[in-house]
Design a protein around this ligand. Sequence first.
Ligand SMILES: [Zn+2]
Length: 287
Amino acid sequence: MRTAFAVLLLVAAAAAGCLQGSPPETVARPRPPSQTVRPEPDPPPPVAAVVAPTPLPTPAPTAPAWRPVAGGGGVLDAGHGGNDEGAKYFGIREKDVNLDLVLRTAKILGAMGVDVRFTRRSDIFVSLPERSAIANRNPNAAFVSVHCNASGRNPNAHGVESFILSREFSDEEQCRRALGRYKIAGKNREQSVRDIDRLIRTCRAEGQILAAALQRSLSSRLGDIDRGVKPGNLAILRETFFCPVALVEVGFISHFPTNRKMASTPWRDLAAQALAEAVAAYLRKGS
Ligand SMILES: [Zn+2]
């Protein structure tokens, strides 16, 4: 793991007044917290990581100059896994498509010189809190959760859509919840509150940009409908505090024509290319 645990459980969090003295800042690229956020020895992490994030090989010397946002790279999350198959239609399982796409995407990003980590890289079950905890340990990485959509009611539904955390969870609420789990080591509470507040606001705004990049790239590459970026109350979005995060539904596995494409290598290569290009384009903006 490149960065030691970035954030740790805060045993007693006095979350009230979390934003006092912390006026909203204009959105800027996240600052690198990896130097400022350090583990503390005593409390255990909120969850045990089942899959240790494994960086891809470092970029070849010939790779183009790369200045990802704060050196954060990407964390790729293949939705479902193990006994959680996700949606299953016409003989293919969502968990398999998600994993294959993530592995293909990582290969492309690795060749671009982007540092990539995973929540899983095989067919195993990883809980949602564990997935978010892995992202939270890699602050400022672009966190992309890859899924396939499904509609049992409407077999004709198709297209690409992405989710970011619903505004029913305010920045203040997210800050309070983050302070219940994490602190910034080496800083007093006021400093931690200020920094966590800034990180959360910045990462939420950045998540929207990341989701929009994914939508553009996937819908144009795959020639599918852009169904837009939507607000969602999803655990993976709710529990990821310190990374720009987007959950992307690359297509409808329940839509027979899409399903047939999903089963094919050319479609998967195309989707992986689109995912990689979106992450790369997003990261380049910070350079
Ligand atoms: Zn799914």
